[in-house]
Design a protein around this ligand. Structure first.
Ligand code: GDP
Length: 455
């Protein structure tokens, strides 16, 4: 069983470094109200209420892990923006841009009951330029009698329209079967991330914290590498930048470089980019701007990176605007709002002047070293033995759970499993986690400690 396998692996200390495979990415696009969300829910096999493209509705999730016929893929739902009649063309263009950057296959949803609109035709023009496989979904074909309406969409010149009823599920299986045939083994966007090669960095943060300024500063002053390095498959949205004598891969920089049209939906696209970048990155540089208060959005972005299990560096930008008042404020904010990430290295920088930009590399190194770290089973259990002897688990109802054994089951980020004879108090588990950090370092990486209870 799983426990036995873990124990055996731990005993032999034979952890295999596996290349990380990024599942292929399917982008769903189409006008508001054509049924994109219904289709996504249908593919995910969810029964929960469908969220339609209602103005004012912002969804916090934009990518979903899906599975069909035993294959995994990522769905990017580009439809979460608010819209007004005037803005539709711009919004749809933005969707197509995202799809062009991120997707391996595009699914274009049209409301067959309405028929193709001028906006739909605009999308078709954009999709021609993207040159990626496109599936044309004729949605809202709820029964056989409506099939001619689907057939009418041949006129778009996007090949075969798939007659589908996202609400009832009709035609979805056939479409998915064909989709699987066009789906590459893994994402061409991230491809298979090799264990070696340049380290992959994501610059993330809310709009206007200075991501593009920092990227420009880093890329501008240092040599930008263009040659064919091992493990650097060409990817139009990444940039290779030499810093501190080594090459780093800054992932998903297209969205940073491109000036965001700061309009409705911009937040949505920003979070979509953040998720895409985190998926590819090993380490995230979270930018925070010191001339403003820390916002909920800052913290949300930071937490997304932690939850994604990435190494973390906090960069306090716009330090040139720092003054005494602000400094006192910031100290308090760090204490209060960033307490859960006190383990992350912090650098104070100015993307504008370039001040302290050389501090970034040592911080990245520290975080990545922790992220990669493996503690041998011997050392880990010696540490735990002493810790538990000195600080035994409290007795609860006459029982005292014992820790039999612990092992690090993976790195990047480090994950530990404790084999126990009963459930450990959350407080005790936090205590162990804290001591793990104190003893072994782990500066700059989230770590996970879980339990397996033996009966
Ligand atoms: P992004 O949206 O995160 O890419 O942010 P930008 O790089 O576009 O920066 C937003 C604004 O902040 C621009 O007006 C920049 O000139 C300004 N900015 C960025 N970094 C700094 C900095 O270190 N100091 C100052 N004073 N301004 C900065």
């Amino acid at each position: 069983d799983e426990d036995a396998r873990l124990l055996l692996a731990a005993a032999n200390d034979d952890f295999v470094e596996e290349d990380e495979v990024i599942p292929p990415v399917v982008a769903i696009l189409g006008r508001p109200n054509v049924g994109k969300s219904s289709l996504v829910n249908r593919i995910l096999g969810r029964r929960e209420a469908v969220v339609e493209d209602v103005p004012g509705v912002t969804r916090d999730r934009v990518t979903y892990q899906a599975e069909w016929a035993g294959r995994e893929f990522t769905i990017v739902d580009t439809g979460g923006w608010e819209h007004d009649a005037k803005g539709i063309h711009a919004r749809v263009a933005e969707q197509a841009e995202i799809a062009a950057d991120l997707a391996d296959v595009v699914v274009f949803v049209v409301d067959a009951a309405v028929g193709p609109t001028a906006t739909d035709e605009g999308v078709v023009k954009l999709l021609r330029r993207i040159k990626k496989p496109v599936f044309l979904i004729a949605n809202k074909i709820d029964d056989f009698n409506q099939e001619p309406e689907a057939a009418a969409l041949w006129s778009l010149g996007m090949g075969k329209p798939y007659p589908v009823s996202a609400i009832h599920g009709r035609g979805v299986a056939d479409f998915l079967d064909d989709l699987m045939e066009k789906l590459p083994e893994h994402s061409a966007y991230g491809g298979m991330i090799p264990s070696g090669g340049p380290r992959r960095v994501a610059l993330i943060g809310r709009p206007n914290v200075g991501k593009s300024s920092l990227l420009n500063k880093l890329a501008g002053s240092e040599r930008v590498v263009v040659d064919n390095l091992a493990g650097t498959t060409r990817d139009p949205v990444d940039e290779l930048i030499e810093l501190g004598g080594r090459v780093w891969r800054f992932v998903d920089t297209a969205g940073i470089r491109r000036r965001q049209h700061m309009s409705q939906g911009a937040d949505y696209y920003a979070s979509l980019r953040t998720q895409a970048a985190l998926e590819k990155a090993e380490v995230a540089v979270i930018l925070l701007a010191v001339d403003e208060r820390l916002s909920e959005q800052d913290i949300r972005i930071l937490n997304t990176a932690i939850e994604a299990g990435r190494a973390i560096v906090l960069a306090f930008n716009k330090w040139d605007l720092m003054d005494e008042d602000r400094r006192r404020y910031l100290e308090r904010e760090i204490e209060q709002d960033l307490a859960h990430v006190e383990w992350a290295p912090r650098v104070n920088i100015s993307a504008k002047t370039g001040w302290h930009k050389d501090r970034l590399v040592p911080a990245l190194d520290t975080a990545l070293e922790s992220w990669d770290k493996r503690i041998s089973t011997g050392k880990l259990n010696a540490f735990l033995g002493e810790l538990v002897a000195a600080n035994p688990h409290p007795v609860r109802g006459g029982k005292q759970p014992r820790i039999l054994f612990a092992t690090q089951v993976s790195a990047r980020p480090p994950r530990f499993v404790l084999f126990t004879t009963g459930f450990l108090d959350p407080g005790y588990r936090r205590f162990i986690t804290r001591r793990l950090r104190e003893t072994f370092g782990f500066e700059g990486t989230p770590i996970e400690v879980s339990m397996r209870v033996r009966e």
